[in-house]
Design a binder for this molecule. Sequence first.
Ligand SMILES: Cc1cc2nc3c(=O)[nH]c(=O)nc-3n(C[C@H](O)[C@H](O)[C@H](O)COP(=O)(O)OP(=O)(O)OC[C@H]3O[C@@H](n4cnc5c(N)ncnc54)[C@H](O)[C@@H]3O)c2cc1C
Length: 438
Amino acid sequence: MEKIVNIIGAGLSGCEAAYQLAKRNIKVKLYEKKTIERNPVQKLDYFAELVCSNTLRSTDFKNAVGTLKDEMRLFDSLIIKAAEFAQIPAGGSLAVDRDVFSKYITDKMHENKNIEVIEQEFKEIDPNQITLIASGPLTSEDLQTEIAKLIGQDYFYFFDAVAPIITKDSINMEIAFRKNRYEKGETQDYINCPMNREEYELFYNELVNAQLAPVHLESEKNLKYFEGCMPVEVMAKRGFDTLTYGPLKPAGLRNLDGTNNFAVVQLRQDNAADDLYNFVGFQTNLTWPEQKRVFRLIPGLENAEFVRYGVMHQNNFINSPTVLNEFNQLKTNNNIFFAGQITGVEGYVESTSSGIIAAINIARMLEGKELQKFPKDTVMGGLQNYIISTDSKNFQPMKANWSIVENLEIKSKIRKEEKKELYSKRSINSMNEFIKKL
Ligand SMILES: Cc1cc2nc3c(=O)[nH]c(=O)nc-3n(C[C@H](O)[C@H](O)[C@H](O)COP(=O)(O)OP(=O)(O)OC[C@H]3O[C@@H](n4cnc5c(N)ncnc54)[C@H](O)[C@@H]3O)c2cc1C
């Protein structure tokens, strides 16, 4: 069989996968439509465009996304090389000049003799051809219909409206307290962040003036979809007190010493392991940096670590727990693979890493080798495991964070930072061992 793979989308995951396959001497047809028609957030003709922030986030290896980048370096990731080439100073983050970054990747795609770039919209999936779908969160409409046909309408999502999610251990429990409203129920499940009037005023003023994400819910179709879940900032703009009669209502949530609050933000458990919490009633369209800045003003959340920011926009993703296996391959058709945000990982780095997983397994399939599951004690393997084994009914995209990486039993009490260091070291060792086996 001639080794040709169709890749749909020259975004972050598609370009990374094309590079990984071409390196293994496999021919790639890389389809990209943006030079014919851009989506509402694309501004450049170059591939692998960073549509919003220009950072690939933390370089600190103690942070899961820092370690994820280190794991990707072990696979000679093109996107990480491009980021290092285009790097600009940004403290502890890997920020890039977005034009230099995307041009570097585009040139690599055009120069590679194993990659044929086809600038057109890909509309029909041939189930008999090996195809990697990496068309991203803003997949074109015809392809959306085609994917829904392929996997079943119920397993393909078109929009996303979620509140941010943070790690439990980043909540300051010296300020926040556990209680259900009016203490209903046997256990106290909610974590509450109390505000006095001054604190609320500060939060309120920053919220109503915060910067919004570029994609608004302008189409009628979207507005209708979202009418039931108004963004917290839109609600706030209706008046100073609106939130205190809505999601920040203090009634039934007195402090443990019996004193009253002016407003209370509630956090609800988000996963079975009980290490992630979401903000109750906080659907939001603020940019990601603004969410971090404004929501950290809430007392008790000054060091909140976000594993997922709130979003309200078109976000095409599939129900991976139902349709994908551990190799990013469709359960019902071995020829079809998925990579990137469309699989339910979230973020530039995460999307790219899933392109590596798909490419390595496609290459192995073409070489007649056994497909390989990435180790669950690495960030790449942990993310992969998350997207295929989470409860399919509540499946939501996820960023890199330590809570999705296989638990590391530590008997003695150690500092949080030391624990993260141990997780990171274990990930890199495990990935090195895995690569030796490949
Ligand atoms: C508005 C918005 C803002 C975001 N901001 C951030 C952020 O700041 N930081 C962050 O880490 N993550 C962000 N993300 C999430 C995510 O990390 C990025 O979307 C990331 O680019 C996803 O990578 P990908 O490879 O899955 O898809 P993309 O990089 O989007 O690549 C998909 C490519 O497929 C092409 N395509 C689509 N349909 C077709 C077709 N039918 N035929 C041919 N080509 C097609 C598209 O033109 C695109 O180039 C954001 C997402 C959105 C929607």
